[in-house]
Design a protein around this ligand. Sequence first.
Ligand SMILES: NC(=O)c1ccc[n+]([C@@H]2O[C@H](COP(=O)([O-])OP(=O)(O)OC[C@H]3O[C@@H](n4cnc5c(N)ncnc54)[C@H](OP(=O)(O)O)[C@@H]3O)[C@@H](O)[C@H]2O)c1
Length: 299
Amino acid sequence: MDTILITGVSGFLGWNLAQRLKSDYRVYGTYFDHPVDLDPVETLAFDFSNLDKIKKFCVAIHPKAIIHTAALSDADYCEIHHKEALTLNTLATRELGRVASHLGIQMIYVSTDLVFGGETGMYSEADSPAPLSYYAKTKRLGELEISNYCNYYVTLRLSLLYGRGNGQNQSFFERMEKQAFRNSQLNLFVDQFRTPLFVEDAVLAVERLIGDKSLKGLFHLGGPDRLSRFQFGQVFCRVFNFPQTLLAPSRLDESKLLAPRPKDCSLRSDKAVKVLKMQLTSVEKGLELLRSNQERIRR
Ligand SMILES: NC(=O)c1ccc[n+]([C@@H]2O[C@H](COP(=O)([O-])OP(=O)(O)OC[C@H]3O[C@@H](n4cnc5c(N)ncnc54)[C@H](OP(=O)(O)O)[C@@H]3O)[C@@H](O)[C@H]2O)c1
């Protein structure tokens, strides 16, 4: 069995990746603040801001591939904690890339649609990033470090993810569901557009990328629907039988969020769909799957 290292298995995406890949690989997974039980994954506490310890850590595990999901992913937190964000999102990524390259390890770096400025939307891999927030800048710099240092790498730029995780680092869908069950009003932007991606599709893409030396460089992966969060909320209420009256339109334009957000960072995913033979899940279908899985668990 080949060994892989997933950074951030306690995170939303890392946990979903580990759940899927643990039967086919010997998986090592790191966490920072939130220990996680993912048997038989070997979970290890590791702080990637200890840059000088990264090499020894990777040499000891010597995986076939590193899937780097660990990040400071809260854009508003990053906006006021520059040093922490730069260290983890950029410098640790650079060090991991350097070590992977030195050891001949495949590097799969997870980046974000937020690297775009949001003027036009439906961005392809050929479009130029123009990050607005400090978080997005550190992720863009991480992309540049990976392409500078690694020969055998993939940068996978993902759209806003939805699905279920381990309950600790929650997706926006899980927070929305929790609020809806409490009968709390859902204030959702009508003027910001993304291509929400079902987390299972992100996991499948990574699964297909692992070990394939012909697949290198930059890939975009978003869902097939370009929607505002408000429109996502409308589908969510319909599928989960919550009243549409829970939804309250709000505007990014008027929000007091610390970090600036792009108005439209929807992604065009034609390249990944073709090369990875993906059939992307619509928001309606993704939410139906989440509902039926939940019903099965409750029965
Ligand atoms: N979620 C999305 O919608 C989305 C969209 C596009 C791209 N992405 C990208 O996808 C990746 C995963 O996102 P996510 O939503 O799964 O993030 P997340 O849930 O916030 O998880 C972040 C992970 O990073 C770990 N971490 C934080 N500080 C660390 C440190 N100093 N050293 C080591 N590990 C540390 C966390 O560990 P603890 O929890 O144990 O502290 C956690 O496992 C990120 O790179 C993000 O930029 C996410």
